[in-house]
Design a protein around this ligand. Sequence first.
Ligand code: GNR
Ligand code: NI
Length: 168
Amino acid sequence: MARLNILEFPDPRLRTVAEPVEEVNDEIRQLCADMLETMYEAPGIGLAATQVNVHKRLLVCDVSEDGSDPLIFINPEIQGSSEDLSSYDEGCLSVPGFFEEVERPSKVVVKALDEKGGAFEMQLEGLLATCVQHEIDHLEGKLFVDYISPMKRRRIRSKLEKQHKKRA
Ligand code: GNR
Ligand code: NI
């Protein structure tokens, strides 16, 4: 297992649109394991491959209190979304230290492949629905800061750029 480096906003690589996974093989299973380790270590409740600079359509998440419910979604597709919306104070491992309210459909039906390559469909609600939508956005090159005001987004970008300069 390995911990992977997480890209941070405004890194342009976070804007890459990920490609479908062609075959669920050992390489993909290893990537899932490394992503789960990276997510738990961070700690976070979700991680998309885009965030670790692998531009394949794959995400992991675990919204349980005790890290007992790891979920893997390969080639996830939203089949349907509820009309009612929920608002969460969202954060992102690629936008560390910043939280903003984002509205999204409260419930979604997601179709995906599991780590064995088998297709499944899941109805999601609550934090899990929010998290999986946030992760699928990453696979499209989209970040939660894209939903907030340009002024807030500029402030976050300049604060993170300053931190990155200090670290370099
Ligand atoms: O750890 C995370 N917490 C979180 C909180 C509210 C809404 C979405 C998230 S996902 C985030 C981890 C992350 O950046 N995933 O891409
Ligand atoms: Ni994120």
